[in-house]
Design a binder for this molecule. Structure first.
Ligand SMILES: [Zn+2]
Length: 83
């Protein structure tokens, strides 16, 4: 019996940029350009304060789809509305 859960990394990561925290399938370093899941093209801002940016609603919804995780009540949807 093997109770070890397989670790399967999600195909995206979070990067602050343009004043919001976006999800992206890329792995940009600080100052590198990337395309977010919402379609925004911006540069990664890995400064400490940038991690406190608000989460992009569209990226949040796409990330939940990719991870096959249901949105929680209170999460932002792609329209920026709370469920
Ligand atoms: Zn976004």
């Amino acid at each position: 019996m093997n109770n070890t859960r397989l670790y399967s990394p999600h195909p995206f990561c979070w990067r602050p940029g343009a004043g919001e925290r976006h999800a992206t399938a890329e792995r940009p370093g600080d100052g590198e350009a990337f395309t977010a899941l919402c379609g925004l093209e911006t540069e990664a801002d890995l400064s400490e304060v940038a991690w406190f940016f608000a989460t992009c609603g569209t990226c949040n919804a796409r990330a939940h789809e990719l991870a096959a995780v249901p949105m929680r009540s209170g999460d932002l949807t792609g329209d920026g509305e709370r469920i």
